[in-house]
Design a protein around this ligand. Structure first.
Ligand code: TXA
Ligand code: MG
Length: 320
């Protein structure tokens, strides 16, 4: 059921059901962090491996002490600046945070989502919500309620409809290595904004494939089913590959004089925030166009461009 009624969503969560919730980044598949059976359902519905931990969504910074201990000063600064918003902090967990949430790790991922409906829902509930993105494992994250329903149908009994996600890309994950901040996943808050606040550079450590700290960094992730090739030169790549039904994902300019079945431009004005907002919907659209191959244009590698390139790299296949 798709609804925008918070009381319906809250009642379902209290009964131990899984509810899809809107956030400013992507939709999440939420359960009460204290209800192990409900949290297990989230893993089952997503077909997600149990070793991949979940983000805990809280109603505000004041709820941080419900799930974490020993919060570094830098983390407090970041929370103060970016919450509610698309920043996830990896912090030392309180002992009573269940192992199924953190995959047995000593840290818990926490954020305050910036969406009016979900903030009201969290304020009404007696517990925080564990919520991974509402996509089957390995698929593109959904940015509207209909997409969630298409993915899961009746397996998710309630989808709280908060409209289209305004950011369109997952939160940026920041953790601490001996109190020093590290970006573990590039996301909706550009690296430069975090560095500007802290006044120094912050390393990005998102490439560990074997034993990932944040499996959002697994090399293959967020993938359309259609093979996708990322390139600086779309027309040449299209000509070289020469498939029958080719699609193109472009930053600013549509292709002319190139034989193409379907193309999507992310932002005609070159606005990276607009490109991020449209990225996943564009990938869905191209994936559903019956193409042999999608050729995607690499964006300028700054700000959200860096995040978008990272997502596209993970969505790309080795060249066919
Ligand atoms: O924007 C977002 O963050 C969305 C919305 C729904 O809030 N959520 C989201 O969740 O992207 P998910 O599960 O798709 O990605 C969470 C990432 C995963 O890569 C997971 O491995 C990592 O966070 N993570 C969660 N808890 C962790 C922990 N304790 N230590 C290391 N990584 C953790
Ligand atoms: Mg995800």
């Amino acid at each position: 059921m798709i609804t925008s009624d918070i009381a319906t969503a809250a009642a379902a969560l209290r009964r131990g059901e899984v509810v899809a919730i809107p956030t400013e980044t992507v939709y999440g598949l939420a359960a009460n962090i204290g209800d192990e059976a409900a949290v297990r359902k989230v893993f089952t519905i997503k077909n997600r491996p149990l070793h991949n931990p979940l983000i805990v969504h809280i109603s505000g910074s004041e709820a941080l002490s419900d799930v974490t201990v020993n919060v570094p000063e830098t983390a407090k600064m970041l929370a103060q600046q970016f919450w509610p918003g698309p920043l996830t902090l990896l912090l030392q967990k309180r002992p009573d945070v269940p192992d199924i949430i953190t995959a047995g790790k000593p840290t818990v991922a926490v954020r305050v989502p910036d969406h009016p409906l979900t903030l009201q829902l969290l304020a009404a509930l007696e517990f925080p919500l564990a919520a991974p993105s509402a996509n089957p494992f390995g698929r593109i994250s959904p940015t509207d309620a209909d997409q969630v329903e298409q993915y899961f149908g009746d397996a998710v009994p309630v989808v709280l409809d908060g409209g289209r996600c305004t950011r369109g890309i997952e939160s940026t994950i920041v953790g601490f290595d001996s109190e020093k901040p590290v970006i573990y996943r590039l996301g909706s808050i550009p690296r430069e904004e975090i560095e500007a606040l802290l006044g120094h550079s912050v390393p990005v450590r998102n490439q560990a494939a074997a034993a990932p700290d944040a499996p959002g960094m697994l090399p293959k992730h967020y993938a359309p089913r259609t093979p996708l090739v990322l390139t600086d030169d779309v027309p040449t790549t299209i000509q070289r590959l020469g498939h029958k039904r080719m699609g193109a994902l472009l930053f600013r300019h549509p292709l002319t004089n190139v034989r193409i079945t379907h193309q999507v431009v992310l932002s005609a004005s070159g606005d990276l925030a607009e490109a991020a907002f449209r990225l996943y919907a564009a990938l869905h659209e191209l994936d559903n166009a019956g193409l042999d191959c999608i050729v995607a244009e690499r964006l300028p590698d700054v700000g959200l461009g860096q995040t978008i390139n990272d997502k596209l790299e993970r969505a790309s296949t080795q060249e066919p």
